[in-house]
Design a protein around this ligand. Structure first.
Ligand SMILES: C[C@H](O)CC(=O)SCCNC(=O)CCNC(=O)[C@H](O)C(C)(C)COP(=O)(O)OP(=O)(O)OC[C@H]1O[C@@H](n2cnc3c(N)ncnc32)[C@H](O)[C@@H]1OP(=O)(O)O
Length: 725
């Protein structure tokens, strides 16, 4: 393995190039921090060095402070593991040094990496380098002076926007903002940086110490107005987490008392946040997401992904058109097949509209849209399928239809072609039953809207070949999804784990709890919307279509409710026709519709589950627990059956597929923070009151009794335990 180290080369021009080497992203690990101090000390002491260029090896400047150190602090509670990089390295060693430094940035300068660069006296960058301070997304605040130097370089409003949104900018924008002093091609980067550094040393260019600048901060009253607006924005975008306000506190301190005082405040709040539950959850998610790319017997057996040059999609409905959008956006040609020209035109138009909406939002240029659309071809038969490397079937959830499509594509496609289905629920072995191609059948379960939602659940059976899994993982990454490989069962990992979510919410309504209150409680917990609004948005057809799959697969632990059926009977179809539990009007926020009350009453009468015919009284916490603990219970079954490789995969799947709050670390991580025995006790109590829907699974029971975390997959299982699973 390549050594983690800092090197220094002194040229005949009297410039020392100090290079960080810590592949793959040159993170600031402890040996790098020490190495930087040592090389700077050497550069200061050498009479043949007039100036320094700081850079990173392998085309990347620096991906930031080593996040493993944060994890170590959180595991041990020992804050002394954090080096004082802010004052001892950036201020004392780089910024206040008697010789000037220029950062030569290529690839990326993130977090502590950008902060190092801002401590230098100028920054030269290649045009496409990515610059960001993404610390808030990790639950911390920039801890190496970013809260002070960024506003002093780019002005307060821009700095606050970049910080609060963890926004990444490219160097060209950085130059406009004043963060980057010069742009150079990769070939000229070092040459330009060396010259710049010498010119500073020889006073032909200004020697700028960004921490001491005030010219871009504006007047005090302007600064306070901007901070006030920033605080309101933070409340809106991140209501349940502390780091956004803490970041603004550090900025405010610097405005009031100067950059150095701001640094001290920044260090203080950084330490306070480090072991908070939010930060722990977000750092867990960071590593959990990376862990999904390591799949035993797939990514560790020496096979290489094949090139997928062309993909066919069958079905141009909501899902098919979303998947096609994601593929063409990332330069993969797509053939879209429909059964008649009306449906085909509709599908093609939806894809165009998807692209246009991205243009409207500013995330796609018109030029790129015009280059993207020709990658799409519409067809009505299989004749073009002889040239495709992968088919993704995205038709309605009807077993016989899927089976006949798979039999057809087996005849129409080349023998290497991958057959993927976007089913969200149906067992893959059943889908491929009429083929002789089980080895190349795989689930590509996208989440709606497929061109936006980041999760790709890759479903394998015991027959799916590792090559096919690896190929789909690679396609997933190419289209900027996070692929999570899961096993085959009804609902797979996400929909299976979350089927009790909707059912529990509907049961609570039947018990007499106000439907809109349930949505409010769940939203305050951090879900983007409650279960009923979600049902409105995702469409009642889906809910009605999958209900029976769950009931037959999970006998004895599903709850029936007639609510959705009654809604449809009363002419309501959710967001589709503007009338669901909420009213949907163009350009307006959904409004709770009190006229659904009679439908709810009818549903309650039919269900007749209120004890003594009276509505139950529950606290908000009980409402939340009655919805999420059954989800945790099903997650335990998913873990016990090995549907996911590791518990953290389910965390990522819940965060990216169900928008479970990231700062709570994912469903299993959150459950462990609540405690298995507490969840077990509650589920037992509700089982007595309301039946087997709540009955704790053997996996949960065992961990609760032994006081073990749910994320610990391997516990010596007794034969009785196995028999009961
Ligand atoms: C004091 C300071 O203010 C605090 C900080 O600096 S906090 C850190 C700020 N930096 C960040 O948040 C950047 C985090 N990293 C990333 O966003 C992405 O890894 C990246 C954009 C740099 C690269 O993405 P990509 O090419 O897809 O590679 P990715 O798989 O994510 O990472 C490659 C490896 O580098 C590791 N890595 C990336 N950034 C790291 C970091 N800052 N510290 C430690 N390891 C890191 C990943 O864990 C992964 O390790 P693995 O191969 O063992 O799983």
């Amino acid at each position: 393995m390549a050594a983690v180290r800092v090197t220094m080369d002194v040229g005949s021009d009297a410039v020392a190039v100090i290079t960080i080497r810590n592949p793959p992203v040159n993170a600031l690990a402890l040996p790098i921090v020490t190495g930087l101090k040592e090389k700077y000390a050497e550069a200061m002491s050498r009479s043949d060095v007039k100036a320094i260029v700081l850079t990173g090896e392998g085309g990347k400047f620096c991906g930031g402070f080593d996040i493993n150190i944060f994890a170590a602090v959180q595991n041990t509670g020992d804050l002394s593991l954090l080096p004082n990089t802010s004052v001892e390295l950036v201020v004392n060693v780089i910024e206040d040094a008697p010789k000037p430094s220029v950062a030569a940035i290529q690839g990326l300068a993130l977090g502590g990496g950008l902060e190092l660069a801002m401590g230098c006296h100028a920054r030269v960058s290649t045009p496409e380098a990515q610059l960001a301070l993404p610390e808030l997304a990790l639950g911390v605040v920039p801890g190496m002076g970013g809260t002070q130097r960024l506003p002093r370089l780019v002005g307060l409003p821009t700095a606050i926007e970049i910080l609060l949104l963890s926004k990444s900018i490219i160097a060209k924008e950085g130059k406009e903002y004043g963060l980057v002093d010069a742009i150079a091609s990769p070939e000229d980067l070092l040459k330009t940086s060396r010259m710049w550094a010498l010119e500073i040393a020889e006073q032909r260019k200004p020697w700028i110490i960004s921490l001491r600048r005030t010219d871009r901060l504006g007047s005090l009253s302007e600064a306070f107005e901007t901070l006030k607006a920033g605080r309101q924005q933070a409340k809106r975008i991140a209501p349940n987490v502390p780091q956004h306000q803490a970041c603004l506190d550090a900025i405010e301190e610097g405005i009031n008392f100067g950059g150095y005082a701001g640094l001290l405040k920044e260090a203080k709040v950084s330490k306070e946040l480090m072991c908070s539950s939010t930060t722990k959850g977000l750092i867990h998610v960071f590593f959990a997401q990376r862990a999904t790319s390591k799949v035993p017997n797939v990514t560790d057996v020496g096979i290489r992904p094949r090139k997928i040059k062309r993909v066919a999609i069958i079905g141009g409905g909501l899902m098919g058109s979303g998947i096609a959008t994601a593929l063409i956006l990332n330069n993969t040609p797509v053939i879209l097949k429909e059964i008649d020209s009306n449906l085909l035109q509709k599908g093609l138009k939806t894809i165009e509209a998807n692209l246009q909406s991205l243009v409207k939002k500013g995330s796609l240029t018109i030029e790129k849209m015009n280059k993207t659309l020709p990658l799409l071809t519409g067809v009505l038969d299989y004749s073009e399928f002889k040239n495709v490397d992968m088919v993704i079937e995205a038709v309605v959830e009807k077993v016989s239809l899927k089976q006949s499509i798979f039999a057809d594509i087996e005849k129409a496609c080349p023998p290497h072609c991958i057959f993927a289905t976007n089913t969200s629920t149906i067992d893959l072995r059943i889908v491929g039953e009429k083929t002789h191609s089980q080895g190349r059948i795989i689930g590509a379960h996208f989440f709606s809207p497929a061109h936006v939602m980041p999760l790709l659940e890759i479903v394998r059976t015991d027959k799916t070949s590792p090559q096919v899994i690896l190929d789909l993982m690679t396609v997933g990454k190419t289209i900027k999804k996070v692929p999570v490989v899961v096993g085959n069962c009804t609902g797979f990992a996400v929909n299976r784990t979350f089927f009790p979510y909707t059912q529990a919410a509907q049961f609570l309504v039947n018990l007499g709890v106000d439907l809109f209150r349930i949505d409010r409680v769940v939203s305050s917990f951090g879900m983007p919307m409650g279960p009923f609004q979600l049902q409105d948005v995702s469409g009642y057809e889906v809910a009605l279509a999958v209900k029976d799959f769950f009931a037959s697969s999970f006998r004895g632990r599903t709850l029936e409710s007639e609510l959705v059926g009654l809604m449809v009977k009363h002419g309501r179809n959710g967001k589709n026709n503007g009338k669901g539990y909420y009213i949907y009007e163009k350009g307006q926020k959904p409004k709770p519709d009190s006229s659904v009350q009679p439908i709810i009453e009818e549903c309650r009468r039919r269900a007749n589950v209120m004890p003594g015919g009276k509505p139950v009284t529950l606290s908000d916490q009980e409402v939340l627990e009655m919805i999420f603990f059954p989800v945790v219970n099903e997650a335990c079954r998913v873990l016990a059956e090995g549907v996911v490789i590791q518990a953290s995969d389910l965390d990522i799947a819940s965060v990216l597929g169900m928008s479970f709050p990231k700062y709570r670390g994912g469903i299993v991580y959150w459950a462990d923070s609540v405690g298995s025995s507490y969840i077990y006790e509650k589920l037992n109590k509700w089982t007595e009151l309301y039946g087997n829907f709540f009955k704790p699974s053997p996996y949960l029971e065992e961990r609760a009794i032994k006081g073990l975390p749910l994320s610990m997959l391997r516990v010596a299982e007794s034969p009785q335990m196995k028999a009961r699973m």
